[in-house]
Design a protein around this ligand. Structure first.
Ligand code: ADP
Length: 449
């Protein structure tokens, strides 16, 4: 069993990992930047080491410093959380070389799924449906346009190294294609240092449905049902829920089976998410696999009762999965709103600064994952998400009513947040009917003055 873990992350996910370790009797070491000394996870960890100045490239992305800290403090594993180095195959490999367990899949799996065009090929090989698109990378405009014409417009040009909704451009016709193709390449080069792109048919109003899986070192893989993450702004998730209000029990079964098949085909170890887009007829298509714990993992925990972060730690210790497929029962509905320090009235501009007063909601059916408190100053250097509110109940309606109530109770003074915006969505009749697709927010913003 792992005895001591270095947590190579910050914010709510670092705290989430500290909590799981505490329950398992695993010692924790947090590494933090100069901007995060006051963060709750640093206070609650057994040990903490400052690894550099605030900008991520000088601290949370400094693989050599993190590994040096791990060696000095004698840890036996590193949990990367999400973002930062979580899907960096070089980092995973360096950990492997230093005999420190990287909590996640092998560096090979990260390489294969980190490149989205290659991930598509893996899905095709495992006979999992993909969206019609190019066979791998298209590296010149002439070939790219020929592929786009063959698939038929609209198409989406996507960076193979993409993430966080960056490096994606939609083209509705051949004229627009030329411009969007070079924009996608430039943005990808700038954001990821890799300008390679591929092309997919653009689905006009799909649902984003993803399957959570767990695999151990002994070849066992299970799935824990789906999450519906269709409510997005600029291809980034805002509200997530499980189960999906849209899919049938039969589709759920089929998607779960496909997800397990794909994970098994690569001997996948750890927690992972297989993302699909779905059309109105419940046809679904693989888009990518995330080889880490995700922001929205909590909704799956709340509907299944499985602690996914603890499972990650047990799997990394070499234990067999604590559950078989037949043990996974979905017993209720859960929903999550991401609370971000941003101003919806100024095009969601980030709003860092001091939280002068903080009171988080509670009561039956409410879970808050957050590292902030009254007097905490949100640094400007990182993602603007400061909390996740999850609510759950026997039915979707109950979970939604609780979310409405919880968001109404949330008191955060000193900064602006997206809480009123999320509450308006929760109260929106169209959303409540379970009809939201990935186009929902765009239409919602146009509809509500
Ligand atoms: P990222 O890794 O940047 O999150 P994804 O490939 O997971 O990118 O896609 C993010 C979102 O972009 C999807 O949930 C969906 O809303 C939109 N998207 C991606 N591919 C397509 C497509 N082929 N058609 C329509 N929307 C798409």
């Amino acid at each position: 069993m792992i005895k001591k873990v270095l947590i190579a992350n910050r914010g709510e996910i670092a705290l989430r990992i500290v909590r799981a370790c505490n329950e398992l009797g695993i010692k924790t070491l947090c590494v933090y930047s100069e901007a995060d000394e006051q963060s709750l996870h640093v206070q609650l960890a057994d040990e903490a080491i400052c690894i550099g100045p605030p900008p991520s490239h000088l601290s949370y992305l400094k693989a050599d410093r993190i590994i040096a800290a791990a060696e000095i403090a004698n840890v036996d594993a590193i949990h990367p959380g999400y973002g930062f180095l979580a899907e960096n195959a070089d980092f995973a490999e360096q950990c492997e070389n230093c005999k420190i367990k990287f909590i996640g899949p092998s560096s090979d799996a990260i390489v294969n799924f980190g490149d989205k065009a290659r991930a598509r090929e893996m899905a095709v090989k495992a006979k999992v449906p993909v969206i019609p698109g190019s066979e791998g990378i298209v590296d010149n405009e002439k070939d790219a346009l020929a592929v786009a014409k063959k698939i038929g417009f609209p198409v989406i040009i996507k960076a193979v190294a993409g993430g966080g909704g960056k490096g994606m451009r939609v083209a509705h016709n051949a004229v627009a294609f030329t411009k969007e193709y070079s924009s996608a390449r430039n943005e990808a080069e700038k954001a990821f240092g890799n300008g390679a792109v591929y092309i997919e048919k653009f689905l006009e109003a799909p649902r984003h449905i993803e399957i959570q899986i767990l695999g151990d070192q002994h070849g066992n893989v299970i799935h824990l049902g789906e999450r519906d993450c269709s409510v997005q702004r600029r291809h980034q998730k805002v509200i997530e829920e499980a189960p999906s209000p849209f899919i049938s029990a039969e589709t759920r079964k089929k998607m779960g089976r496909d997800a397990v098949k794909l994970a098994k085909s690569v001997n996948y170890e750890g927690a992972g998410t297989i993302e699909f887009l779905m059309d109105e007829k419940q046809n679904y298509y693989f888009i990518e696999m995330n080889t880490r714990i995700q922001v929205e993992h909590g909704v799956t925990e709340e509907i299944t009762g499985v602690d996914l972060v603890k499972e990650q730690l047990l799997i990394a210790s070499g234990q067999k999965l604590s559950y078989e497929q037949k043990d996974i029962k979905i017993t209720r509905h859960a929903i999550e709103c991401r609370v971000c320090a941003e101003d919806p009235s100024r095009n969601f501009a980030p709003c860092p600064g001091e939280i002068t007063l903080y009171y988080s909601p509670g009561g039956h059916g409410v879970r808050i994952d957050s590292h902030v408190y009254s007097g905490y100053t949100i640094p400007p250097h990182y993602d603007s998400m400061i909390a996740k509110v999850m609510t759950f109940g026997k039915t979707r309606e109950l979970a939604l009513d609780r979310m409405d109530r919880a968001l109404g109770e949330y008191l955060i003074r000193g900064i602006k947040t997206n809480i009123p915006f999320s509450r308006a969505i929760i109260r929106d009749p169209y959303f409540r009917e379970g009809k939201a697709t990935t186009k929902f927010i765009e239409e919602f913003i146009n509809r509500v003055p």
